[in-house]
Design a protein around this ligand. Sequence first.
Ligand code: UFG
Length: 344
Amino acid sequence: MSNEMGKILVTGGCGFIGSHTSVLLLKLGYSITIIDSNSNSSPKSIKRITEIASMESIVLENKISFHHGDLLDYKFIENVFDIENSKFNKINYVIHFAGLKSVKESTNYPINYWDTNLVGTINLLKVMQKNECKNLIFSSSATVYSHKEKEFISEKDPLKPSNPYGNSKLAIESFLRDVYESYNENWRIACLRYFNPIGAHPSGLLGEDPCGIPNNIFPLINNVASGQKEFLEIFGDDWNTSDGTCIRDYIHVMDLAMAHIKTMELINSEKPQYLIMNVGTGIGTSVLELIKTFEKVNHLKIPFKITSRREGDFKNVVADNSFSYSLLKWKAELSLEDMCRDGW
Ligand code: UFG
């Protein structure tokens, strides 16, 4: 399977989800090319990816290459395709992770978010089209939903992002649908709407290490556990949930990585299509449950203080994953304990 699928271009392959997916692609025998601007990641990820591969006795010869550059630079993407397609194995699939992803930052810098996320994707698609590479998995987010108070969110639920980051993700989904519908339907495109990815590769060599101060709960818990931060602020314990704290659908990043590969293999085996799919475990966990599990598996204490609700937060965000299960015949396998242990 891996050879006939050609080479896979991973944009943002040094980032949290991109690096974990790259490791798994190599493990499963795929050849990859990573591009990354390293604006919110480190080029050291490449070294870590190859270290893990050698620990796992994966033969890497001609299987991985890296190009440092930005998707806003059209010429750079063109060059990457030219260089890689002159080798024996052409780029046939793109898994597109690259983009800006902070909800809070996006409200302060909307122009930058729209430019990087949307224009970067348009440049990528232009070069893909030119090179007859028409297979794409796009990194979308549950942030596109309107988040009406529902126990489980399905792909058919209303869409209404509440911030520029979410708006840019939804706009890209629409752009990709237009591309699929307009070109004789010969593109294979899947948009994966992630819930809350946490955890890390079990080797401890890769993880989530955002540049600057993190906003997401898991890197913040890690910062408290390592003593970099005195305590965790819990944003409200007066929500209408079992313990008063918000519920999220946390998914192990290795499971999320596997979801990309399963999706790629599925769309490769079917006629061209445009697909939208939730990727979550379908299991809700409260902030307090997450902290307790982290403390239990890592034998640590996470001091916390209850503070007021964070503006724009939602009580409950959990995936209805029945659609992805019916298509992929696969469900996330790793537990909250695994996420907390591997993430720490
Ligand atoms: N939380 C705290 N304290 C913190 C940080 C977070 O209590 O210091 C709580 C939040 O209130 C929330 C939960 O932890 O209940 C998770 O918060 P995150 O910021 O980690 O994640 P969100 O669910 O708010 O947002 C995430 C991604 C977004 C994505 C969204 C999709 O960060 O990019 O899921 O629903 F859009």
